[in-house]
Design a protein around this ligand. Structure first.
Ligand SMILES: [Zn+2]
Length: 145
C-alpha cells in the first residue's frame, strides 16, 4: 500500500510540478504550527496541497499523525487538490534541511516548509527542491472572491 501511495503521489506531482504557487493560506500555516506543537517532541510530516495556486491543505503522512488508510482516503477525497511539496517539523529547533530531507525534497515537489520549535509564526522557512531558501507569501483567507 505504501508503494501504491508513493506511486500515485509521484504521478500527481509530476503532472502539477510546473504550477506557479502564489503562497500559503494563513489558516494552513496556523494548522501546521498547531500540529507541530501537538506532535512535540515527535516530528510531524505532511504533503502540501494547493488549489488555484494557493497552499490550502496538508496531507498528513502515514506514520505521523494519521494512519496509512486515512491518508489514502483523504487523498482520493480531494481530486481538485495538487501536491506541490512537503512540510515537516524539527523538534530540535534548527531549521536546516538534513541530507535525508534533501532526498525527500527532490521527490515531492518544489515547496518544502520546515518548522522548528517553538513553532511560532517566525519559526519556519520554505526551501526549493535543492534545499535553497525560497520566499513563500502568507495569504490571508478571503471571505469572498
Ligand atoms: Zn528534517
Amino acid at each position: 500500500m505504501i508503494f501504491a501511495l508513493n506511486t500515485y503521489i509521484h504521478l500527481v506531482i509530476h503532472l502539477c510540478s510546473m504550477k506557479k504557487i502564489k503562497g500559503i493560506s494563513r489558516d494552513t500555516l496556523r494548522f501546521i504550527l498547531e500540529v507541530s506543537r501537538s506532535s512535540y517532541p515527535n516530528e510531524f510530516a505532511g504533503l502540501l496541497q494547493a488549489e488555484d495556486g494557493i497552499i490550502t491543505e496538508v496531507l498528513i503522512l502515514p506514520g505521523t499523525e494519521a494512519g496509512e488508510s486515512s491518508a489514502l482516503l483523504r487523498l482520493y477525497m480531494m481530486p481538485n487538490l495538487s501536491t506541490v511539496g512537503s512540510v515537516h517539523s524539527h523538534p530540535g529547533g534548527i531549521i536546516k534541511p538534513s541530507n535525508a530531507d534533501l532526498q525527500m525534497f527532490g521527490k515531492t515537489g518544489n515547496y518544502h516548509i520546515i518548522v522548528g520549535y517553538p513553532y511560532d509564526l517566525q519559526s519556519w522557512t520554505c526551501f526549493n527542491a535543492e534545499g535553497e531558501e525560497r520566499e513563500l507569501q502568507i495569504i490571508d483567507d478571503q471571505t469572498d472572491e
